[in-house]
Design a protein around this ligand. Structure first.
Ligand SMILES: Nc1ncnc2c1ncn2[C@@H]1O[C@H](COP(=O)(O)OP(=O)(O)OP(=O)(O)O)[C@@H](O)[C@H]1O
Ligand SMILES: CC(=O)N[C@H]1[C@@H]2OC[C@@H](O2)[C@@H](O)[C@@H]1O[C@H](C)C(=O)O
Length: 354
């Protein structure tokens, strides 16, 4: 008989290199899926690891393989600490994304470090990992993978928005899940906050004190990416060529840059969510704590923006990788071809036993 209760750990390392998100989660399945995040923590990267992870793209294959082994041990020790601290037992699996080292789906390549079989031996637990490789082999983008979790764990929301380095959105159109990147968020806001000596603009307070520069705003909104139909995604390279030089050409005060960029984000996101009327919108990711950004967005829509419990804001991606692992254990589809463009929906991920 197929199980209907799962006790698992989800592990995610995102683009901002702030740390390893680990979430202990339970899932039950009757007519629909229910979840709970029981405990969650972020293990900050020591600065030496931040530097190593920043330089992955420039490494030779041999260096990368060596680092993969080192990172797998480092990840294993963080997960082990979490298991010991919370006295966890009887886990069905540890479901881990690893950290993206290379992602060139057009060339059939995606590589997440930390996904070696030895992780199962280190932890003495079943490990489910390497979730992106099969999708790329099937001609897909290997990303985003979170939308199946939006569909099955958060069905009450018409849109799921995540405000990380970039904002991405997922929703259902005619019974098919679609998802794509909307615009840059913290990757830009943080850089201009850094120039003012801050890690980030807490609550958007500095932005709130600035003035919108209308010409810059118009030029940001006119960028061709915004007219491109989905599926589409954004990367750091695009920000470096299209956004930073444009903003810098105006030589504005930092507060005015932040104010103008917040307006730009609010306009781009509101255009997406206003395609449906009187619906609910889930907002997660660190940018959901930017209260000024959330207020500017609310001003431009009749739809209700819901910021959930902090655990969900911070750990939704770790939760969903835990869930992808559960679906893999059940041999059920966890990658949606409507989102990634793969030849078919499929059940992705390697399972390693201790
Ligand atoms: N109180 C706050 N006020 C404003 N911004 C905040 C606040 N708290 C967090 N942030 C922003 O959220 C960022 C972290 O977001 P998050 O952890 O979702 O990123 P990430 O998971 O690395 O992104 P991605 O999903 O793109 O991989 C911080 O760098 C900061 O810009
Ligand atoms: C290749 C890769 O690691 N992509 C990440 C990255 O970080 C954010 C965005 O780019 C998203 O496409 C994806 O992660 C999320 C969790 C996803 O797959 O849904």
């Amino acid at each position: 008989m197929i199980k209907n209760y799962y006790n698992v750990i989800g592990v995610m390392s995102g683009t901002s290199l702030d740390g390893i998100d680990i979430a202990h989660c339970s899932f039950t399945h009757d007519h629909q899926w229910n979840f709970e995040i029981l405990q969650a923590e972020t293990y900050d990267y020591p600065s030496a690891w931040v530097e190593k992870l920043k330089n992955l793209v420039t490494m030779s294959e041999a260096e990368l393989l060596h680092l993969d082994e080192e990172y797998t041990r480092f990840l294993g020790s963080a997960i082990q600490q979490f298991i010991s601290k919370h006295k966890l037992s009887k886990l069905d699996a540890v479901c881990s994304h690893g950290h993206t080292a290379l992602h060139q789906p057009q060339s059939g390549l995606t590589y997440q470090i930390g996904n070696l079989a030895q992780l199962a031996t280190i932890l003495n637990e079943t490990v489910v990992c390497d979730f992106r490789v099969a999708d790329v082999a099937l001609g897909g983008q290997g990303a985003p993978l979170v939308p199946i979790g939006d569909q099955l764990l958060f069905p009450q929301y018409d849109f799921c928005l995540n405000f990380g380095g970039f904002a991405n959105i997922s929703s259902e159109i005619n019974g098919r899940r679609i998802a794509y990147d909307v615009c840059p968020v913290n990757i830009v806001l943080n850089l201009y906050a850094n120039k003012l000596g801050l890690d980030y603009d807490d609550g958007g307070k500095i932005a709130a004190s600035g003035t919108i520069h209308q010409v810059l705003l118009n030029q940001l909104n006119a960028l061709s990416f915004y007219k491109t139909p989905y599926p589409k995604s954004l990367g750091l390279e695009w920000v470096k060529t299209e956004i930073f030089p444009l903003i810098d050409s105006f030589a504005l005060e930092g507060s005015d840059v932040l104010r103008t960029f917040i307006e730009h984000i609010a306009i781009q996101i509101s255009q997406e969510i206003n395609s449906k009327i009187d619906v609910s919108v889930l907002a997660t990711g660190g940018g959901a704590f930017n209260t000024f950004l959330m207020a500017c967005l609310s001003d431009k829509t009749q739809n209700v923006i819901i910021i959930p419990d902090k655990l969900i804001v911070n750990y939704k991606e770790a939760l969903i990788f835990a869930f992808l692992g559960v679906l893999r254990l059940r041999n059920e589809n966890n990658c949606l071809s409507s989102v990634t463009g793969a030849k078919m929906d499929h059940s992705s991920g390697q399972i390693y036993y201790p």
